[in-house]
Design a binder for this molecule. Structure first.
Ligand SMILES: [Zn+2]
Length: 318
C-alpha cells in the first residue's frame, strides 16, 4: 500500500523537479511512502517480524520482503543523513535543524512544501546577501511603474516586477480596509543606482557603517524588483516605521500576502544587516508560509537552506 501511495507522489515530484537526481527522488519517494504507511514500517508483511525474515534469509532463501524492507530503511537513513548534513552546511542552528528533521521524518509535508516553493519563479527564493550576488548584469524583464492605487508612493517612478506590484496592490487594499495606508518609498534599484546609494553611504558614514546600512552593488535584494521599503506617514524610511500603523500592520499581515521581512530584529549576525522594519521582499505565499512554519519567520535561514538544497541537487545531477 505504501508503494501505491508513493506511486502517486513520484510523478508529482518529477514534474516539480525536472532533472533531479535519482538518488534524491528515491530518497524522497521513500520518505513519502514510509510516512503514508505509519505506524507500521513499510512492506513488512502482516504478522512477520524481521527475525522471521532473517531466518528465511539465513537458510539461503532470498526473501524479497526483507530486501525491500531493508532497502527502504537504507533509503530513509540515506535521506536523513543527506538532510542532516545539508542543514548543517546551510548554517541552520542546531535546535531549528532538529525540528526540521523531526518534521521531515514525521510526514511528507516538509518536502512537499519545499517542492511547491521550488516549483515557482526561482527569483522568489534566490539567495541574495553579502556573500551571494545576483547573476552578473541581472535586470528583471517585467518591471512596471507603480501608480498610486490602494497604496501611495513617496515620489513617482518606483518600479517593481509585475507579480510584486499586483501583490502590493492587493495587500494595500486589505490594509486600507483596516484604515491603514501603505507608502512605497523605495522599490526596484538597478545595479547602477545601487552604485550611487552605496558610494554615497560610504562617503557619508564610512565603509563599515555603509555595509550595515546598504548592500554593495550586485548584492542588493532591491535589484530583484521584488522589494519595497515602506515609508512612515511622511514617506521617510527609518526605525520609526515600526511604530507607525503601517509598520504594525505589515508586521502582522505581510506574510499572508507573500511578503517577508528580510532583516528582522536581533538577527544581524544571520542576515548581515541591522534590523530594517521597513524592508519587505515579495517571496510569494507558499514561501512566506514555509519560512514561518519551519524557519521561525527568518527568511535568511530558509533561503540559505534552499540555496544549499539546490546546489547539492545540481551537483548530484551532473
Ligand atoms: Zn530596502
Amino acid at each position: 500500500m505504501s508503494r501505491l501511495k508513493g506511486g502517486v507522489f513520484l510523478p508529482i515530484i518529477e514534474t516539480m523537479t525536472p532533472g533531479y537526481p535519482l538518488f534524491v527522488l528515491a530518497a524522497l519517494f521513500s520518505v513519502l511512502a514510509a510516512s503514508c504507511s505509519k505506524p507500521a514500517p513499510p512492506s513488512l508483511p502482516e504478522g512477520a517480524t524481521l527475525i522471521d525474515m532473517s531466518a528465511d534469509a539465513a537458510q539461503g532463501e532470498p526473501n524479497a520482503n526483507l530486501s525491500q524492507y531493508l532497502s527502504e530503511r537504507d533509503q530513509e537513513a540515506a535521506f536523513d543523513s543527506f538532510l542532516g548534513s545539508l542543514l548543517d552546511d546551510a548554517g541552520i542552528p542546531p535546535d531549528m535543524a532538529r525540528r526540521i528533521e523531526a518534521a521531515a521524518a514525521e510526514g511528507p509535508s516538509f518536502i512537499l512544501d519545499l517542492l511547491v516553493c521550488l516549483s515557482g519563479d526561482p527569483f522568489l527564493w534566490i539567495l541574495v546577501d553579502k556573500a551571494h550576488p545576483l547573476p552578473d548584469g541581472y535586470a528583471p524583464a517585467d518591471l512596471v511603474t507603480l501608480s498610486e492605487g490602494s497604496y501611495e508612493v513617496n515620489r513617482p517612478g518606483h518600479r517593481l516586477r509585475q507579480v510584486a506590484a499586483d501583490s502590493l496592490e492587493e495587500m494595500a487594499a486589505a490594509a486600507r480596509t483596516g484604515g491603514v495606508t501603505l507608502i512605497a518609498s523605495s522599490a526596484y534599484r538597478s545595479y547602477e543606482y545601487q552604485v550611487d546609494v552605496y558610494d554615497r553611504n560610504v562617503r557619508e558614514m564610512g565603509r563599515e557603517a555603509a555595509d550595515r546600512e546598504s548592500a554593495r552593488p550586485g548584492y542588493s535584494q532591491h535589484q530583484l524588483g521584488l522589494v519595497v521599503d515602506f515609508g512612515a506617514e511622511d514617506g521617510s524610511i527609518g526605525d520609526h516605521f515600526a511604530q507607525t500603523p503601517a509598520g504594525r500592520w505589515m508586521a502582522s499581515n505581510a506574510g499572508t500576502f507573500g511578503w517577508s521581512l528580510s532583516f528582522p530584529r536581533n538577527r544581524e549576525a544571520v542576515t548581515g544587516y541591522r534590523w530594517e522594519s521597513w524592508h519587505y521582499r515579495y517571496v510569494g505565499r507558499d514561501l512566506a508560509a514555509f519560512i514561518d512554519a519551519y524557519f521561525d519567520g527568518v527568511q535568511q535561514y530558509a533561503l540559505q537552506f534552499i540555496h544549499e538544497w539546490v546546489k547539492r541537487s545540481e551537483a548530484l545531477s551532473k
